[in-house]
Design a protein around this ligand. Structure first.
Ligand code: ADP
Ligand code: MG
Length: 648
């Protein structure tokens, strides 16, 4: 083991010599003995001794106390003072330099040894405590949780960086204040001050933690959702309560996630419900519209029946729009995204928008040149624009300006952060701006919730924006709102840029034209009323129709007859026994390629949705009119190539 190095600072030669000899006998090493303060400072720096014995009275310009102060300001070394009979004032001065003890002359070997060993030990312990404190304070400052400690009276003794940041109080201002000044909390639900857990901890030593429903009121009066725990600080052998520690953290993000999850679950539940209803509902509406249209075809407009049948069609179409809306915002609708020119689509709805908003609102529509094509379902985009226009109208009861604009935009990573669920990329941006009432931040937060409305009963359904949201999200687009009360509102819709403009279907039908044909159609539909309607409509157009009540009946028929006799299979998707998808799989395995047209209003089957979306499978959305059916069938039959069966 290395010997302990002790520097002697003593100006009386004999005393110094004695001391040196004594220390050597005791097993210490004395690297040097010096006689002035200046030399002591210099030698201490050079030799880095483990301990210094320092005479208080030194000759020269500097005494031992001054020399010690200079040394300890530069290095961490314990100093023992050597003194004969010093006056009280000198002793006080010496004490202020934090010495490790005093050795009184004349020296006794045992006393010297004890003094030195005590000083060395105390120095070691001090060092360890200092390191411990450093470790603790680094830990406390660097952890993400906020920490406040108090004394037994509940006055603040410490605030870590996270606590300063969260509460808005600097440690300097907070110290010695009652903890409740800084840790000012409210019950989130009742908005009252909750029971005082800190007092409990201080009085009874109870530990408590709370993960929910607490708001921290910050220094600037803003409020933050927190979770927190409170525990007593025990001290001494008896474990007396010497204070309390409060640990808390910001749980706003988690709260938001929980809220979002609740929203998703709510949407999902409504979606399931809507989907369940929509299947039957769409069949019924298709039949109602179909039969009413058939009446219209047979009577002239002079006939009183004509007007009645027209009303039936109108009412049924209204119901159809409702199911569409329900399905759209629950994202259960089968979309048919095509490469669209949005400018063209806007022109399409221009007349409708003008009629809806009335004369007191100025409408401007503006499309930047060179607009990218976008991938979306045209009918859905119409719905979005109409919904936003109606809302804008409602927000401008005394008139105003409505601006609908289109432009190309590249969303950067930084911008994406400002758009809900945003992501960078190239988009066509559709903005709808009004100069209406605007909305408060609380309202803006909730507008996409289904059934959220601020309108009086009968005026609003609260489904408009939920629908828009559903459509945009299902189209892989983004929607954002900016609004200022009294100034107006802008909705921004980002629709993904499509790669290259696909060739649009070039089938121009004249108004009310029902194209005819002579081909043979296998019509697979389990709903009897629809099957009969289909047969009636298609036969009236000249087709030969073979009805089948479900997929099983269809495969039976195809199994018995040559495939050549069928030109087209028109099939429902959701059917008992063999459903539409299974039917297609069976056809591609047993018959080969055939033209197929799906009809459905709703499907929860992701596989079918993908199949319909991905491949060139033809699809007709229910409810549909006889005209739509006739046209779609003609389109499919006239297409040059055989349609790939996608489910295979
Ligand atoms: P509804 O129109 O049936 O109330 P929406 O989902 O379309 O349902 O809209 C929800 C709510 O959002 C409205 O009740 C209204 O408070 C608010 N809102 C929507 N658009 C605007 C707008 N352009 N200006 C002001 N508030 C709006
Ligand atoms: Mg609305």
């Amino acid at each position: 083991m290395n010997k302990t190095q002790i520097l002697i600072v003593e100006d009386e030669g004999i005393v110094a010599k004695d001391l040196q000899a004594m220390l050597r006998r005791l097993g210490y090493h004395v690297p040097a003995t010096v006689g002035t303060g200046e030399l002591a400072i210099q030698t201490a720096l050079q030799n880095q001794p483990d301990l210094i014995l320092m005479d208080i009275q030194l000759r020269g310009s500097m005494d031992g106390i001054q020399a010690s102060a200079a040394i300890t300001s530069r290095q961490d070394v314990p100093i023992l003072y050597l003194t004969a009979n010093s006056d009280e004032a000198t002793l006080q001065r010496a004490k202020a330099t934090g010495p490790f003890g005093f050795l009184v002359k004349p020296f006794e070997e045992r006393a010297i040894q004890a003094g030195i060993e005590m000083a060395l030990y105390k120095h070691q312990t001090d060092k360890r405590i200092r390191e411990r404190e450093q470790w603790l304070s680094t830990t406390l400052t660097s952890i993400a949780d906020a920490v406040i400690t108090t004394d037994p009276e509940g006055r603040i003794t410490f605030l870590n960086t996270a606590a300063e940041k969260l509460s808005g109080w600097a440690q300097g201002e907070a110290l010695r204040r009652p903890y409740a000044d800084v840790f000012n909390i409210l019950d989130e639900l009742t908005r009252t001050v909750p029971p005082d857990r800190v007092a409990n901890a201080l009085r009874e030593g109870t530990i408590a933690s709370f993960s929910n429903h607490t708001l921290l009121v910050c220094r600037d009066r803003s409020e933050v959702h927190i979770e927190h725990s409170v525990a007593p600080i025990r001290q001494g052998l008896q474990g007396d309560i010497g204070g309390c520690v409060i640990v808390f953290s910001d749980v706003t993000d988690r709260k938001q996630l929980e809220e979002q999850l609740r929203q998703v679950q709510k949407l999902d539940a409504i979606g399931k419900l809507a989907g369940g209803i929509a299947h039957d509902f769409n069949n019924a509406i298709t039949a109602i519209i179909g039969y009413a249209e058939m009446i219209l075809l047979r009577v002239t407009d002079a006939d009183p029946l004509f007007g009645d049948a027209k009303q039936i069609v109108r009412a049924a179409e209204h119901s159809a729009r409702l199911t569409h809306q329900l399905l759209a915002f629950s994202r259960k609708q089968v979309l048919q995204p095509r490469s669209l020119d949005l400018d063209h689509e806007l022109q399409h709805v221009d007349g409708m928008v003008r009629r809806l908003i009335g004369a007191s609102i100025n409408l401007s529509m503006d499309a930047a040149p060179g607009l990218w094509p976008t991938l979306a379902d045209a009918g859905q985009i119409h719905q979005v624009v109409l919904n936003l226009a109606i809302n804008a109208r409602d927000a401008m009861p005394d008139g105003g300006d409505l601006k609908i604009a289109l432009s190309n935009t590249t969303v950067t990573a930084a911008e994406a952060l400002r758009i809900p669920d945003g992501r960078p990329g190239e988009f066509v941006l559709l903005t709808v701006t009004d100069t209406g009432t605007g909305m408060s931040r609380e309202v803006a937060k909730r507008i996409f919730e289904p059934f959220f409305t601020t309108k009086e009963a009968g005026k609003g359904t609260g489904l408009g924006l939920a629908t828009c949201h559903g459509i945009i999200r299902q189209t892989a687009g983004l929607i954002a709102v900016a609004s200022e009360p009294g100034v107006g509102t802008t909705f921004s819709i980002y629709l993904p840029k499509a790669e290259a403009s696909e060739k649009a279907t070039v089938h121009a039908f004249k108004d009310n034209e029902m194209p005819r044909g002579t081909e043979t159609i296998l019509l697979v539909e389990d709903e009897e009323i629809l099957r009969e309607l289909g047969v009636q409509v298609l036969e009236s157009l000249g087709y030969r129709v073979i009805p089948a009540e479900d997929g099983k009946a269809a495969t039976d028929y195809l199994g018995e007859h040559s495939r050549d006799c069928i030109d087209l299979v028109v099939t429902d998707l959701v059917m008992p026994r063999v459903n539409g998808r299974e039917l297609i799989a069976w056809i591609s395995a047993n018959v080969g390629e055939m033209r197929v047209l799906f009809m459905s209003g709703y499907t929860d089957d992701e596989i079918i949705r993908c199949a319909v979306r991905g491949a060139e499978v033809e699809y007709l959305q229910k409810p549909f009119t006889p005209i739509a059916l006739a046209r779609k069938i003609r389109e499919v039959l006239d297409r040059a190539s055989t349609v790939q069966t996608a489910a295979a």
